[in-house]
Design a protein around this ligand. Sequence first.
Ligand SMILES: [Zn+2]
Length: 302
Amino acid sequence: MATRTCQHCGTGLSSPRAKNCTACSAVKAEAQQLGVYGSVVSALGKAQRDGLTGPAVAEFARTAMQAEVDRQNNAARRQREQEREFDAKREARKAEREAQNAILRQHGYRWIKNVEDEEEADAFAGWPSMTIGGWTLYAPDGVEVSVQQALDEIKRGRDVVRSEIVEREQAEARARELKNQIKERVGQIADYIRASGERPDGWNHTEGEWVLDSGNIYGTGSWFVINIDYIWYVRNNGMDGDDWGLNNVITGGAGGIGYRITFRQDIADELIRLQHGELSDRFYLPHVEVKSRGVVADFFGD
Ligand SMILES: [Zn+2]
């Protein structure tokens, strides 16, 4: 009759129905209690594969169990630390907002809840600790302002800040207007070259000074090329789906469609000024009829 042995460590067993020795049994029970049963079973298996027998097996499993318990405790501690840190930051932000709101209130700035119904709006008008979620800040003169602007107005004076904003908006409007005028003028010059110039056959090199270049690797955009003989207007025509058979200018891509006029100093000068964002001293441009407008509008982007 074969002697029964522990399934993990080979220790002889007295009970005919047992599968584990006392030591292995104890470590497994403990693991169950600590919630690391899986790790201990794996460790027992590993000990067996590594050739351990006798009490060394349960010891190995116990060491693994402790390591897993430590690992889990460390992870839990790290998580608690992170939560505490997060809470502390949230508290700090809240305190900062409250301090900020106190300053705003002191200087007559008001938060008003954005609601349709006027009665409801009155009921909601107050001083929330949160500066988010449908609340709008108003200056004492009723103008809607950002927190940043309100604090700036308190610090440097409302009139100063407001006049700077007006100046900035006017400057932006002027810049937009100039950009549009430049685009329009560039388009006129492109049309003039297309209508009054020639479109030479074959594959042409266009060496010289590239100006107002909006060409790109996708095969779109346009540019002018100025050299001592000619001024070219080239429209990139290299996109998939473009009719490449129309191309007569080498671009490095699939090619472009180029028109040229005999060099003229006044036109060259104006193109270079336009390239620098200047709109002045226009050369005389006779009215020309064009079948379709040149693609020149995208040089300055939007
Ligand atoms: Zn055992």
